[in-house]
Design a protein around this ligand. Structure first.
Ligand code: IPD
Ligand code: CA
Ligand code: CA
Ligand code: CA
Length: 266
Protein backbone atom coordinates (compact mmCIF):
# COMPACT_ATOMS: atom_id res chain seq x y z
CA UNK A 1 0.00 0.00 0.00
CA UNK A 2 2.89 2.42 -0.43
CA UNK A 3 1.10 3.50 -3.62
CA UNK A 4 -1.96 4.36 -1.56
CA UNK A 5 0.29 6.32 0.80
CA UNK A 6 1.81 8.23 -2.10
CA UNK A 7 -1.68 9.10 -3.35
CA UNK A 8 -2.81 10.17 0.12
CA UNK A 9 0.27 12.36 0.49
CA UNK A 10 -0.07 13.94 -2.94
CA UNK A 11 -3.76 14.74 -2.58
CA UNK A 12 -3.42 15.97 1.02
CA UNK A 13 -0.47 18.17 0.06
CA UNK A 14 -2.37 19.77 -2.82
CA UNK A 15 -5.38 20.32 -0.58
CA UNK A 16 -3.10 21.82 2.08
CA UNK A 17 -1.98 24.43 -0.43
CA UNK A 18 -5.59 25.54 -0.88
CA UNK A 19 -5.97 25.83 2.88
CA UNK A 20 -2.69 27.74 3.19
CA UNK A 21 -3.77 30.24 0.55
CA UNK A 22 -7.15 30.65 2.23
CA UNK A 23 -5.41 31.30 5.55
CA UNK A 24 -3.20 33.93 3.92
CA UNK A 25 -6.30 35.71 2.61
CA UNK A 26 -7.90 35.55 6.06
CA UNK A 27 -4.81 36.94 7.77
CA UNK A 28 -4.72 39.72 5.20
CA UNK A 29 -8.14 40.83 6.42
CA UNK A 30 -10.37 38.74 4.18
CA UNK A 31 -13.48 37.05 5.50
CA UNK A 32 -14.77 33.53 5.27
CA UNK A 33 -18.26 32.15 5.59
CA UNK A 34 -18.71 30.38 8.93
CA UNK A 35 -21.67 28.12 9.80
CA UNK A 36 -22.37 26.10 12.91
CA UNK A 37 -23.11 22.39 13.08
CA UNK A 38 -23.98 20.41 16.23
CA UNK A 39 -23.66 23.45 18.53
CA UNK A 40 -22.66 27.10 18.49
CA UNK A 41 -19.02 26.16 19.11
CA UNK A 42 -18.93 23.47 16.40
CA UNK A 43 -18.06 25.53 13.33
CA UNK A 44 -17.46 24.82 9.67
CA UNK A 45 -16.06 27.30 7.17
CA UNK A 46 -16.41 27.55 3.42
CA UNK A 47 -12.75 26.51 3.27
CA UNK A 48 -13.52 23.18 4.98
CA UNK A 49 -16.21 22.51 2.39
CA UNK A 50 -14.19 23.64 -0.62
CA UNK A 51 -11.21 21.58 0.50
CA UNK A 52 -13.26 18.42 0.90
CA UNK A 53 -14.78 19.00 -2.53
CA UNK A 54 -11.27 19.33 -3.99
CA UNK A 55 -10.09 16.10 -2.31
CA UNK A 56 -13.12 14.21 -3.59
CA UNK A 57 -12.61 15.46 -7.15
CA UNK A 58 -8.91 14.61 -7.07
CA UNK A 59 -9.59 11.10 -5.74
CA UNK A 60 -12.28 10.52 -8.36
CA UNK A 61 -9.62 11.30 -10.96
CA UNK A 62 -6.76 9.26 -9.42
CA UNK A 63 -8.73 6.41 -7.82
CA UNK A 64 -12.03 6.23 -9.74
CA UNK A 65 -14.83 4.29 -8.11
CA UNK A 66 -13.36 4.15 -4.61
CA UNK A 67 -15.83 5.44 -2.01
CA UNK A 68 -14.98 8.49 0.07
CA UNK A 69 -16.13 9.24 3.61
CA UNK A 70 -15.59 12.81 4.75
CA UNK A 71 -16.52 15.09 7.60
CA UNK A 72 -18.42 17.65 5.56
CA UNK A 73 -20.07 15.57 2.81
CA UNK A 74 -20.55 12.29 4.68
CA UNK A 75 -20.61 8.95 2.91
CA UNK A 76 -20.61 5.35 4.14
CA UNK A 77 -17.84 2.81 4.43
CA UNK A 78 -18.14 0.07 1.82
CA UNK A 79 -16.78 -3.33 2.87
CA UNK A 80 -14.22 -5.19 0.80
CA UNK A 81 -12.20 -2.60 -1.08
CA UNK A 82 -10.34 0.64 -0.51
CA UNK A 83 -12.27 3.50 1.09
CA UNK A 84 -10.87 7.01 1.54
CA UNK A 85 -11.45 8.89 4.76
CA UNK A 86 -10.91 12.63 4.71
CA UNK A 87 -10.90 15.43 7.26
CA UNK A 88 -10.42 18.48 5.04
CA UNK A 89 -9.36 20.72 7.93
CA UNK A 90 -8.66 19.03 11.23
CA UNK A 91 -8.43 21.90 13.67
CA UNK A 92 -11.03 24.23 12.14
CA UNK A 93 -11.17 26.41 15.24
CA UNK A 94 -7.38 26.89 15.06
CA UNK A 95 -7.70 27.73 11.35
CA UNK A 96 -10.34 30.33 12.10
CA UNK A 97 -8.21 32.01 14.75
CA UNK A 98 -4.95 31.89 12.78
CA UNK A 99 -3.43 29.47 15.30
CA UNK A 100 -1.06 27.53 13.05
CA UNK A 101 -1.80 23.93 14.12
CA UNK A 102 -4.30 22.34 11.73
CA UNK A 103 -4.00 19.80 8.95
CA UNK A 104 -5.54 18.01 6.01
CA UNK A 105 -5.94 14.36 6.99
CA UNK A 106 -6.46 11.63 4.39
CA UNK A 107 -6.38 7.87 4.89
CA UNK A 108 -7.10 4.75 2.87
CA UNK A 109 -9.00 2.11 4.82
CA UNK A 110 -9.99 -1.47 4.04
CA UNK A 111 -12.87 -2.83 6.11
CA UNK A 112 -12.50 0.10 8.50
CA UNK A 113 -8.78 -0.46 9.09
CA UNK A 114 -6.28 2.20 7.99
CA UNK A 115 -3.68 0.91 5.53
CA UNK A 116 -2.21 4.21 4.37
CA UNK A 117 -2.41 7.77 5.60
CA UNK A 118 -1.11 11.30 5.26
CA UNK A 119 -1.52 14.33 7.51
CA UNK A 120 -0.27 17.56 5.93
CA UNK A 121 0.08 20.87 7.76
CA UNK A 122 -0.66 23.85 5.50
CA UNK A 123 1.35 26.37 7.53
CA UNK A 124 4.61 24.49 8.14
CA UNK A 125 4.30 22.22 5.12
CA UNK A 126 5.13 19.22 7.33
CA UNK A 127 3.99 15.91 5.88
CA UNK A 128 3.27 12.98 8.19
CA UNK A 129 2.80 9.67 6.39
CA UNK A 130 2.37 6.02 7.28
CA UNK A 131 1.76 2.69 5.60
CA UNK A 132 0.39 -0.30 7.52
CA UNK A 133 3.38 -2.56 8.20
CA UNK A 134 5.69 -0.05 6.51
CA UNK A 135 6.49 2.53 9.18
CA UNK A 136 5.69 6.17 9.83
CA UNK A 137 7.52 9.20 8.53
CA UNK A 138 7.79 12.95 8.97
CA UNK A 139 8.96 14.55 5.73
CA UNK A 140 10.43 11.20 4.77
CA UNK A 141 12.33 10.61 8.04
CA UNK A 142 11.27 7.56 10.08
CA UNK A 143 9.42 8.19 13.35
CA UNK A 144 9.75 6.49 16.70
CA UNK A 145 7.68 7.04 19.86
CA UNK A 146 9.28 8.22 23.10
CA UNK A 147 10.12 6.00 26.07
CA UNK A 148 9.16 7.81 29.27
CA UNK A 149 10.14 5.87 32.38
CA UNK A 150 6.80 6.28 34.05
CA UNK A 151 3.47 8.06 33.76
CA UNK A 152 4.60 10.86 36.11
CA UNK A 153 7.25 11.82 33.51
CA UNK A 154 4.89 11.68 30.53
CA UNK A 155 3.62 14.60 28.48
CA UNK A 156 0.02 13.76 27.60
CA UNK A 157 -2.05 15.32 24.84
CA UNK A 158 -5.83 15.43 24.92
CA UNK A 159 -8.79 17.10 23.27
CA UNK A 160 -12.41 17.99 23.86
CA UNK A 161 -15.21 16.98 21.52
CA UNK A 162 -17.89 19.59 20.77
CA UNK A 163 -20.66 17.91 22.76
CA UNK A 164 -20.82 19.50 26.18
CA UNK A 165 -21.48 16.28 28.12
CA UNK A 166 -18.39 14.71 26.55
CA UNK A 167 -16.29 17.80 27.25
CA UNK A 168 -17.18 17.77 30.91
CA UNK A 169 -16.46 14.07 31.25
CA UNK A 170 -13.09 14.57 29.56
CA UNK A 171 -12.36 17.59 31.75
CA UNK A 172 -12.91 15.51 34.88
CA UNK A 173 -10.54 12.87 33.60
CA UNK A 174 -7.90 15.44 32.73
CA UNK A 175 -8.28 17.10 36.12
CA UNK A 176 -7.64 13.76 37.77
CA UNK A 177 -4.61 13.08 35.61
CA UNK A 178 -2.95 16.46 36.05
CA UNK A 179 -1.31 15.54 39.32
CA UNK A 180 0.00 12.29 37.90
CA UNK A 181 1.69 13.34 34.63
CA UNK A 182 4.43 15.77 33.62
CA UNK A 183 1.92 18.02 31.88
CA UNK A 184 -1.06 18.13 29.56
CA UNK A 185 -1.28 19.52 26.00
CA UNK A 186 -4.45 20.47 24.09
CA UNK A 187 -3.39 21.89 20.75
CA UNK A 188 -6.68 21.50 18.88
CA UNK A 189 -6.15 19.01 16.06
CA UNK A 190 -6.63 15.32 16.84
CA UNK A 191 -4.80 14.07 13.74
CA UNK A 192 -1.72 16.05 14.70
CA UNK A 193 -1.90 15.04 18.37
CA UNK A 194 -1.68 11.43 17.18
CA UNK A 195 1.24 12.24 14.88
CA UNK A 196 2.95 14.06 17.77
CA UNK A 197 2.88 10.85 19.80
CA UNK A 198 4.55 9.10 16.88
CA UNK A 199 7.32 11.69 16.81
CA UNK A 200 7.88 11.61 20.57
CA UNK A 201 6.76 15.26 20.81
CA UNK A 202 4.29 13.96 23.38
CA UNK A 203 4.19 10.57 25.09
CA UNK A 204 0.47 9.89 24.80
CA UNK A 205 -2.84 11.26 23.62
CA UNK A 206 -6.38 10.37 24.48
CA UNK A 207 -9.79 11.82 23.68
CA UNK A 208 -13.37 10.61 23.84
CA UNK A 209 -15.75 11.13 20.95
CA UNK A 210 -13.55 11.36 17.87
CA UNK A 211 -14.95 10.52 14.46
CA UNK A 212 -13.30 8.23 11.95
CA UNK A 213 -11.87 11.10 9.90
CA UNK A 214 -10.16 12.57 12.98
CA UNK A 215 -8.10 9.44 13.70
CA UNK A 216 -7.91 7.49 10.40
CA UNK A 217 -4.50 8.82 9.28
CA UNK A 218 -2.99 9.98 12.59
CA UNK A 219 -3.62 6.74 14.47
CA UNK A 220 -1.77 4.85 11.73
CA UNK A 221 1.17 7.25 12.06
CA UNK A 222 1.23 6.70 15.84
CA UNK A 223 0.89 2.91 15.56
CA UNK A 224 3.55 2.57 12.87
CA UNK A 225 5.90 4.66 15.01
CA UNK A 226 5.49 2.10 17.77
CA UNK A 227 2.66 3.50 19.89
CA UNK A 228 0.05 1.36 21.57
CA UNK A 229 -3.19 2.49 19.92
CA UNK A 230 -6.81 1.97 20.89
CA UNK A 231 -9.60 3.09 18.59
CA UNK A 232 -13.26 3.88 19.31
CA UNK A 233 -15.15 0.70 20.15
CA UNK A 234 -12.03 -1.29 20.97
CA UNK A 235 -11.81 -0.66 24.70
CA UNK A 236 -15.37 -0.44 26.00
CA UNK A 237 -14.12 -0.63 29.58
CA UNK A 238 -12.50 2.79 29.11
CA UNK A 239 -15.51 4.28 27.33
CA UNK A 240 -17.01 3.20 24.00
CA UNK A 241 -15.64 6.18 22.15
CA UNK A 242 -12.07 6.42 23.44
CA UNK A 243 -9.18 7.07 21.07
CA UNK A 244 -5.87 6.33 22.71
CA UNK A 245 -2.20 6.35 21.65
CA UNK A 246 0.71 5.95 24.02
CA UNK A 247 4.37 5.05 24.22
CA UNK A 248 4.46 1.38 25.25
CA UNK A 249 6.36 2.16 28.48
CA UNK A 250 3.41 4.08 29.95
CA UNK A 251 0.43 2.72 27.99
CA UNK A 252 -0.62 0.36 30.78
CA UNK A 253 -0.36 3.00 33.49
CA UNK A 254 -2.29 5.55 31.45
CA UNK A 255 -5.02 3.03 30.70
CA UNK A 256 -5.36 2.27 34.38
CA UNK A 257 -5.47 5.97 35.22
CA UNK A 258 -8.24 6.52 32.67
CA UNK A 259 -10.17 3.52 33.96
CA UNK A 260 -9.76 5.03 37.41
CA UNK A 261 -11.36 8.33 36.32
CA UNK A 262 -7.99 10.09 36.15
CA UNK A 263 -6.70 8.73 39.40
CA UNK A 264 -7.27 11.65 41.75
CA UNK A 265 -10.36 10.14 43.27
CA UNK A 266 -12.77 12.45 41.45
C1 IPD B 1 -11.77 18.51 16.03
C2 IPD B 1 -10.33 18.64 16.43
C3 IPD B 1 -10.22 18.80 17.92
C4 IPD B 1 -10.86 17.64 18.65
C5 IPD B 1 -12.29 17.49 18.23
C6 IPD B 1 -12.38 17.33 16.71
P1 IPD B 1 -12.35 19.49 13.58
O1 IPD B 1 -11.88 18.32 14.61
O2 IPD B 1 -9.57 17.52 16.02
O3 IPD B 1 -8.87 18.86 18.33
O4 IPD B 1 -10.76 17.87 20.03
O5 IPD B 1 -12.81 16.35 18.87
O6 IPD B 1 -13.73 17.22 16.34
O7 IPD B 1 -13.81 19.74 13.84
O8 IPD B 1 -11.50 20.67 13.81
O9 IPD B 1 -12.14 18.80 12.27
CA1 CA C 1 -15.45 19.92 12.41
CA1 CA D 1 -11.39 16.70 12.86
CA1 CA E 1 -12.60 19.00 10.14
Amino acid sequence: STRLTATAEQVAAEAAELVRDARARLLAGGSVRVDTKSSETDVVTAVDRDTERFVRAKLAELRPGEPVVGEEDGGDLTPGGVNWVVDPIDGTVNFLYGYPWFAVSLAAQVDGVSVAGAVVEPVSGRRWTATRGGGAFLDGRPLRVGAPERLELALVGTGFAYRVDRRLRQAELVAGLLGRVRDIRRAGAASLELCAVGAGWTDAYFEHGLNRWDWAAGALVAAEAGAVVGLPGEEPALGEDLTFAAAPSIAGALREAIADGGGAGV
